[in-house]
Design a protein around this ligand. Structure first.
Ligand code: CTP
Length: 533
């Protein structure tokens, strides 16, 4: 039997996995049954990108708002009628927590009568078999996959199949969803599903789509990996105008959009998490009138997306202005400014910046300046005992990087000169072997062995022991720096008896004066040297 928890754990990003745990903890504390459902399960099993997390609880998630906030989630909106909570989990993970519900359609074109239900009933009200699965996250059944319509088989067959003959009649937004999923996954509709789809289209059932479904489908476009191909498919099926009567592919800034998606991939490849949804909406609607754009925004249920889309241009302008000002006068400052900016803003500005200087700075940030990091002499720093275990290490590493960025450390020698004052004193030698009195003790005393080389050291006196210990210190220093970064003076008690501290211990008590990064930089500043010449 497939281990779906294992599959989930390896397929989700670390932030998504933390998100699952967060929601699970909140649900458990509230004593509510929780399932991971819908697209998340489909994508975990099929191997496609997992765009968001859909959870279903047997209970009312709207009552858990405070608990989610306390656990670190942001509330990005809710839908009262279907009791769904929209969340942004730490790490920018989008999630929805909905109440398990049944939907009963009394009249064509009218919204369903919604009632709380079991998870099994909830799966029955869904659109396609591949979306009608639930993974239990509950103690006792965690990892159990509920798949009453053979969704796994349809994922393997790569087809989209509705659950029953009235699917498109009951919820015409499924016509749009079928087109969208088919364009995204390149999965065709199963034969009978295709027949139902054609007949629903012919009978213009789409005219009965609800306003909230329109809003939901507009927002979904923002998260597509290839939004243009989905928009083209919707236009071909005459569904794009259902979302907004004036929307066509001619209203899309196709150049901007493809540039955005290309740049986004480059940024992702560098290890950033970047949510391009607001920028995608900007380009998808670039040539629509302000009024049409406002109409679109009003219908979207997730207010976080609406706000980000509305503010994106202004925020990008602000960032551009700062990048042109004093705050970004030198590379290190520009680096700091861009490091603290939201990746979404940098992405948008990278594609839209009109000023050459701004575009160049962003380009440097992602390329040239990143390579400067490779010039930090890490092996030599380890030799100097400047390792991540030092409390000051982040600051030292950062300072050296900043100075390298600004061209203030121009060679390896200059860099090492700058670093040396930060080296902590070496750890003390190991305690000397106990010496007894008289010839017997001397005869039984072990021959000191140089641990680094494993070779015996000539002689048996104090000097020989010290000679044996010396290389060991170097080896330890290279291999395992002390966790605190400070040399640990072995307490006399632990070493056996004599309280006489070795001379090296004494020097460990009085480490050389700590140099501050600024002072050291000033001292070594090549610019001053240059002036002298
Ligand atoms: N759903 C449905 N009918 C709809 C909308 C949603 O049955 N008209 C169900 C499906 O089970 C779907 C889930 O609700 O999987 C979540 O909806 P949504 O987030 O819109 O779709 P996803 O399947 O998650 O797809 P995406 O990858 O686009 O987020």
């Amino acid at each position: 039997m497939a281990d779906y928890i294992y599959t989930m754990e390896i397929r989700l990003t670390p932030d998504q996995l933390k998100g699952v745990n967060l929601v699970q903890d909140v649900a458990r504390a509230a004593g509510i049954t929780l399932y991971l459902t819908g697209g998340a399960i489909r994508d975990i099993i099929s191997g496609f990108t997992i765009r968001d997390l859909d959870f279903t609880v047997q209970g009312n998630p709207l009552k858990l708002q405070k608990d989610f906030e306390r656990a670190g989630a942001q509330i990005a909106g809710h839908e009262e009628d279907v009791r769904t909570l929209f969340l942004v989990l730490p790490g920018n993970v989008r999630a929805e927590v909905g109440m398990a519900r049944s939907e009963h359609y009394e009249k064509v074109g009218k919204p369903p009568v919604v009632a709380p239900a079991s998870i099994q009933e909830d799966l029955r009200r869904r659109d396609f078999t591949v979306n009608a699965m639930a993974l239990s996250l509950n103690e006792g059944s965690r990892g159990l996959l509920l798949d009453p319509f053979n969704g796994v088989a349809d994922i393997e067959a790569k087809v989209l199949r509705v659950l029953h003959n009235y699917s498109f009649v009951e919820d015409p937004s499924r016509l749009i969803r079928a087109t969208r999923f088919s364009a995204r996954f390149h999965w065709p509709l199963e034969e009978r599903t295709q027949q139902r789809y054609d007949s629903a289209k012919e009978n213009k059932y789409i005219e009965h789509i609800s306003r909230s479904a329109i809003g939901h489908e507009i927002a979904q476009l923002a998260h597509e990996d290839d939004p243009l191909s989905v928009v083209r498919a919707l236009e071909k099926e005459e569904f794009l105008k259902v979302l907004q009567p004036h929307w066509t592919t001619a209203k899309v800034d196709t150049t901007g959009l493809s540039q955005l998606m290309k740049t986004r991939q480059q940024i992702v490849d560098l290890g950033y998490t970047v949510d391009p949804s607001a920028a995608v909406m900007h380009f998808l609607t670039a040539h629509l009138s302000d009024k049409d754009v406002s109409d679109l925004r009003r219908q979207i249920p997730r207010k976080d997306l609406v706000e980000a889309w509305r503010d994106i241009e202004d925020h990008a302008k602000d960032l551009a202005k700062r990048l042109m000002g004093k705050e970004a006068a030198i590379p290190s400052r520009t680096w700091n400014l861009l490091s603290s900016a939201r990746p979404e803003m940098i992405l948008f500005l990278a594609v839209t910046a009109r000023q050459q200087a701004v575009a160049q700075k962003i380009k440097n940030f992602f390329t040239k300046w990143r390579d400067v990091q490779k010039r930090i002499p890490l092996p030599e720093m380890t030799e100097l005992l400047i390792t991540p275990q030092l409390p000051d290490y982040p600051k030292i590493a950062r300072d050296v990087f900043m100075l390298l960025l600004d061209g203030k450390l121009r060679s390896r020698t200059e860099t090492l000169k700058f670093l040396k004052p930060f080296a902590p004193p070496p750890p003390p030698p190991p305690p000397l072997p106990r010496r007894g009195r008289g010839p017997k003790a001397a005869a039984t005393a072990p021959t000191p062995v140089a641990e680094a080389t494993g070779k015996p050291v000539k002689g048996k006196g104090k000097k020989a022991a010290a000679a044996a210990a010396a290389p060991v210190i170097a080896v330890i220093a290279k291999a395992k720096p002390e966790p605190s970064g400070k040399p640990k003076a072995k307490p006399a008690k632990a070493a056996g008896k004599p309280a006489k501290p070795a001379r090296k211990l004494a020097s460990a008590k009085h480490p050389p004066k700590k140099a501050t990064a600024k002072k050291a930089a000033k001292k070594k500043s090549p610019s001053k040297k240059a002036k002298k010449h």
